[in-house]
Ligand binder design. Structure first.
Ligand SMILES: [Ca+2]
Ligand SMILES: [Ca+2]
Ligand SMILES: [Ca+2]
Ligand SMILES: [Ca+2]
Length: 397
C-alpha cells in the first residue's frame, strides 16, 4: 500500500490525499433504499455511510501514524530537528560582551575578570528605550575608546580604535552621528571630532592648540556646543556642525564647562565655578541671562536635560559623595536620586525620559548603571574592571 510505503516520496503527502485515495479504493457502500417521502430521512443514509467511512479512516490512520512515527525515527539523519545550538541559545548579553576583543591589552589587564553576562534577573523589569543605544567611553582596551551598547547590555560595539584617548560621546538629535573628544592630534590637545553612529566617516571639527572638550548637539542638529581653553580658561563655545561659525558664549575667568542644550533649543545649561564652587547655571543660547540653578556651597556639576525639558539631572557632592540629583529648570523640586558611600556622576536620560544612565564607583571601578528617573530599579549596565564612563543615551523609539 502507498500509505505504508517506506520511501517518503511514495507516501501520501498528507492525510487529505490519503483519505481521498482511501475513499476511491474502499468497497462501495450499498445504495440505500429509495427514500421515503419523509425528506428528513434522506439524511440518515449519508450519516450512516459517513460513520462507516470515518471508522475506516480512523482505524487506518491510527495504523498509518504509528508506522509514520517509526519511519521518522528510522530516517532521523535527514529530518534533523532545527533546534538552536548551545551557542545560538546563549543570551545576547553574553554574545555582545564577549564579542569585543581586547587588542594589545596591557599585561596588567590579563588577570582582570572576564566580563560576564548579566544574569537574566538583572535585566528585569524590562528596560525601556527600545531601539536606542548608549554610547560611552571605556579604557578596557588600554586607552579610552567610544563604545555603544544596547540599554539591556547587548550588542556592545567599539566605534573608535586609536591609541589616544577618545571620550565624551554626544549624539546628534537624529541618532545618525556621534561627536566626541579625542587627543589623537596631541596628548595635550583635545579636539572635537564627529563620526557616523557606526564609527565611519570620521571628521575633525576643531583646530586649536588649546583643549576642546565635551561636545553637545543643539536639538535642531545644526550646532555643537563645547568647552575650550582657547581663551585661557575653560569657556563654553558653539559652532556649526562643520566646525564653522564659532561663537564664544561665556566670558568669565572661572572655569565654564559641560554645556547641555535645553530640548526646546532656547537655553544651554553648563557648569561653572564662578561663585567659588561649582554650580549648574543656565543661559540663553546668546550667552545672556545667566542664572545660578544650584546655589549650594558644595560642588554641583554636569547638567543633563530630560527629553521633555521638565527636569535637569546633575551631580553634587553635598552629602560628601557625588550623587545624582534632579531639579526643575527653575531650580525647584530638588530630588536626590542616588546615595551611598560611592561617587555617582554624569547622567543621561533615556529617550522617553523614564530612565537615567550614569557612572558610579559603587562596585570599586567606574561602571555604568541605569535607574528609573525616580531613582528606583537600579541596574548595572557594564561589568568590566576597566573604567566605563561618560554615557550618552541616544535618541530612539
Ligand atoms: Ca582611543
Ligand atoms: Ca571661563
Ligand atoms: Ca555649588
Ligand atoms: Ca568598569
Amino acid at each position: 500500500m502507498q500509505a505504508l510505503a517506506i520511501q517518503p516520496q511514495q507516501r501520501f503527502a498528507d492525510v487529505a490525499t490519503f483519505k481521498h485515495a482511501l475513499m476511491q479504493t474502499r468497497p462501495p457502500v450499498p445504495d440505500p433504499p429509495v427514500p421515503t417521502v419523509i425528506l428528513r430521512h434522506q439524511n440518515r443514509v449519508p450519516l450512516w455511510a459517513g460513520g462507516l467511512a470515518a471508522l475506516c479512516i480512523i482505524v487506518v490512520l491510527v495504523f498509518l501514524f504509528a508506522r509514520f512515527d517509526l519511519s521518522i525515527g528510522d530516517s532521523r539523519e535527514t529530518v534533523t530537528p532545527d533546534l538552536p545550538t548551545a551557542t545560538e541559545a546563549m543570551p545576547q548579553a553574553a554574545m555582545g560582551v564577549t564579542e569585543v576583543t581586547l587588542p594589545d591589552a596591557p599585561e596588567q589587564l590579563t588577570n582582570t575578570p572576564i566580563p560576564t553576562p548579566f544574569p537574566p534577573t538583572e535585566t528585569t523589569p524590562p528596560l525601556n528605550g527600545h531601539g536606542s543605544q548608549i554610547a560611552f567611553s571605556s579604557d578596557r582596551s588600554g586607552n579610552d575608546e567610544i563604545y555603544v551598547v544596547n540599554p539591556d547590555g547587548t550588542n556592545l560595539q567599539n566605534l573608535t580604535n586609536h591609541p589616544s584617548p577618545d571620550q565624551w560621546p554626544a549624539w546628534s538629535p537624529d541618532g545618525s552621528r556621534i561627536a566626541f573628544t579625542s587627543n589623537r592630534d596631541g596628548d595635550e590637545n583635545a579636539e572635537i571630532y564627529v563620526m557616523d553612529a557606526d564609527g565611519r566617516n570620521l571628521e575633525r571639527l576643531t583646530y586649536h592648540q588649546a583643549g576642546d572638550y565635551w561636545p553637545a548637539w543643539s536639538p535642531d542638529g545644526s550646532r555643537i556646543a563645547f568647552t575650550s581653553r582657547r581663551d585661557g580658561n575653560r569657556e563654553v563655545y558653539v559652532m556649526d556642525t562643520d566646525g564653522g561659525n564659532l561663537k564664544r558664549l561665556t566670558s568669565h575667568q572661572a572655569w565654564d564647562s559641560s554645556p547641555a542644550w535645553s530640548p526646546d533649543g532656547t537655553s544651554i545649561a553648563f557648569t561653572s565655578e564662578r561663585d567659588g564652587n561649582y554650580e549648574v547655571y543656565v543661559m540663553d543660547i546668546s550667552g545672556n541671562n545667566v542664572r545660578n540653578l544650584t546655589n549650594h556651597p558644595s560642588n554641583d556639576y554636569s547638567p543633563a536635560w530630560s527629553p521633555d525639558g521638565s527636569r535637569i539631572a546633575f551631580e553634587s557632592d553635598r552629602d560628601e559623595y557625588e550623587h545624582i540629583y534632579v531639579m526643575d529648570p527653575n531650580a525647584q523640586n530638588l530630588q536626590q536620586l542616588t546615595s551611598g558611600n560611592a561617587h555617582d556622576w554624569w547622567s543621561s536620560w533615556s529617550p522617553d525620559g523614564s530612565q537615567i544612565v550614569f557612572s558610579s564607583e559603587r562596585d570599586d571601578n567606574a561602571e555604568l548603571y541605569i535607574m528609573d528617573s525616580d531613582g528606583r530599579n537600579l541596574q548595572r549596565l557594564t561589568n568590566h574592571a576597566a573604567r566605563d564612563d561618560a554615557a550618552a543615551w541616544s535618541p530612539g523609539d
